[in-house]
Design a binder for this molecule. Structure first.
Ligand code: PEP
Ligand code: MN
Length: 352
């Protein structure tokens, strides 16, 4: 249920209403929007009469039930207003939001060594990326495949940040690693395979770093939003949803089926920002540019592109990785479309 306050409602009155709602056994969550304050009420509201709440104060404009099973993640919960997730980086604040320029995240599937991660960071930064994305802990189908360098790769990501000022995104697979990962990461990634690892979702929800939640490969949109709800319910309001392709019957020519229809669908269902990952979505480098273009045309708020200095030698996901040159060219191809939609920021100058 949400309580929509009239514009200009006095703060002491809002505080008084919150106290009154608490005395009814509810936990109001205050959401300050651009124009209005909304109080979110999650919990046992089934027997509550919206009229009874309205009578609490003449400053209450409306009391509405959230019909969706995902409450905090629903668009109604913020009375239709999009979230603006602000991530501070050494190069300045980056906003993940439908009202801001598209955020570009790029980097190798796995952090392999210092030279490759620093070189990749410099190249994607020069091309206009805002975040370096690279894996220290890798979820691999085979236990015999490269599993990531773990803790030492986190140090290399920190080195790449110091060299470029880029924000860092890296994946957490195990709750035991979370504390250490969130010391380095500006955004913590939960991968497709862990989208319904509920104990991990509760843990990332209980820490402060924004969470990039990738869609499970066989997850419905509702499963995905319910997974986001776990993180929001645990107290972390900063969740970015990342579409990375789903399993369909055809795996002959593409690794996954990139579901770009999530962009307009999620827009109606949720206030959370949307990222598209055409690298895992297609599995092949030569399909990535057109799907990146299509993602922007569909209205995505962010992109994730895998880039490796030497894809044929990559320890993971080489076939879908762009070379730095191809990434640079792609950014030039995307710019006119991004500018036409008024969603393109000029690259920030390099720190070093
Ligand atoms: C990745 O981002 O490198 C990754 C393993 O992605 P996903 O969880 O989408 O498979
Ligand atoms: Mn990968």
């Amino acid at each position: 249920m949400i309580v929509v306050m009239k514009s200009g409602s006095p703060e002491p009155e809002i505080a008084r209403i919150c106290t009154e709602l608490q005395s009814w056994g509810l936990t109001p969550e205050k959401i300050v929007g651009k124009h209005k304050v909304v109080l979110g009420l999650v919990g046992d509201t089934i027997d509550l009469d919206p009229l009874q709440i309205r009578e609490c104060s003449p400053w209450i404009e409306q009391v509405l039930r959230v019909e969706q099973p995902f409450k905090r993640a629903s668009r109604e919960y913020r009375h239709g207003e999009a979230s603006d997730i602000v991530v501070p980086t050494l190069n300045g604040d980056v906003h993940f939001s439908e009202h801001h320029p598209i955020v570009i995240t790029a980097g190798p599937c796995s952090v392999e060594n210092e030279d490759m991660i620093v070189e990749t960071a410099r190249r994607v930064k020069a091309a206009g990326a805002h975040f370096l994305r690279g894996g220290a802990y890798k979820p691999r189908t085979s236990p015999y495949a490269f599993q990531g360098h773990g803790d030492s790769a986190l140090d290399l990501l920190a080195t790449a940040r110091a060299a470029t000022g880029l924000g860092i995104i890296t994946e957490v697979m195990d709750t035991a690693d979370l504390e250490r990962i969130s010391e380095v990461a500006d955004v913590v990634q939960v991968g497709a395979r862990n989208m319904q690892n509920f104990s991990l979702l509760k843990k990332v929800g209980a820490q402060d770093k924004p969470v990039l939640l990738k869609r499970g490969m066989a997850a419905t949109i509702e499963d995905w939003l319910m997974a986001a709800e776990y993180i929001l319910a645990a107290g972390n309001p900063n969740v970015i949803l990342c579409e990375r392709g789903i399993r369909t019957f055809d795996r002959q020519y593409t690794r996954n089926t990139l579901d770009l229809s999530v962009v307009p669908v999620l827009r109606t269902l949720t206030h959370l920002p949307i990222m598209i990952d055409p690298s895992h979505g297609t599995g092949w480098a030569n399909f990535v540019p057109s799907m990146a273009m299509a993602s922007i045309a569909a209205g995505t708020d962010a992109l994730m592109i895998e880039v490796h200095p030497n894809p044929s030698k990559a320890l993971s996901d080489g076939p879908q990785s762009l070379t730095p040159d191809r990434f640079d060219q792609l950014m030039k191809e995307l710019a006119p479309l991004g500018k036409m939609l008024d969603r393109w920021a000029t690259p920030v100058p390099a720190l070093v």
